[in-house]
Write a protein that binds this ligand. Structure first.
Ligand SMILES: O=c1ccn([C@H]2C[C@H](O)[C@@H](COP(=O)(O)OP(=O)(O)OP(=O)(O)O)O2)c(=O)[nH]1
Ligand SMILES: [Mg+2]
Length: 164
């Protein structure tokens, strides 16, 4: 994993900077600057207290944290959120509580998402009459099978729940 320098300003001086929890982590944790309670199904846009200038050729992607997702149902509505290299505003996160019953309570300074910085390419779109053939062709959305799930009633289908 190589390093890339990312200029950063604190919009909110009192919250911690994005931090990689362990060496080799792909995502640097972002915190919320506000206390927020999300009722089941509710969403909220929260600030992270930081603004960055990603170098040209890079983008930031705001991903949920898996532990929060599994334990509380907290996620990001537009996951992953895209931070353009030209964006200079505060990074904000559109959080959502996917739990059907329990509210999610967050305190200022809680780590709520993670920023993954990646190299990105710009496509040069070239319209043609026909695309080159491939083994997959137009098959998608389950065309290869293997996603049947046994539910409590013994029938197959989605909608199962994994306990953590
Ligand atoms: O989770 C996110 C996603 C986006 N942004 C900021 C940075 C990004 O560069 C800008 C625009 O994001 P996007 O292109 O996804 O949103 P849009 O709805 O297309 O807005 P725009 O018309 O400004 O491009 O909003 C965030 O702070 N957090
Ligand atoms: Mg856009």
């Amino acid at each position: 994993m190589s390093n890339v320098k990312v200029l950063l300003t604190r919009v909110d001086p009192d919250v911690p900077l994005p931090e990689y929890a362990k060496p080799g982590d792909a995502g640097a944790d972002l915190v919320t600057t506000s206390d927020v309670v999300l009722e089941p199904g509710e969403r909220a846009l929260v600030g992270t207290g930081v603004a960055v200038a990603l170098p040209e050729g890079y983008a930031g992607f705001v991903h949920p944290r898996s532990g929060m997702a599994a334990k509380t149902g907290l996620s990001v509505v537009n996951t992953p959120g895209t931070i353009d290299s030209g964006y200079r505003g505060e990074i904000k996160v559109c959080l959502i509580n996917h739990d059907r019953v329990q509210p999610v309570s967050l305190r200022r300074g809680d780590r709520i998402a993670q920023l993954v910085v990646q190299k990105v390419e710009h496509a040069v779109f070239a319209e043609v009459d026909e695309l080159p053939e491939s083994s997959r062709g137009a098959g998608g959305y389950g065309s290869t099978g293997g996603h049947e799930v046994l539910t409590a009633s013994g029938t197959t289908g989605a909608g199962h729940r994994t306990e953590v």
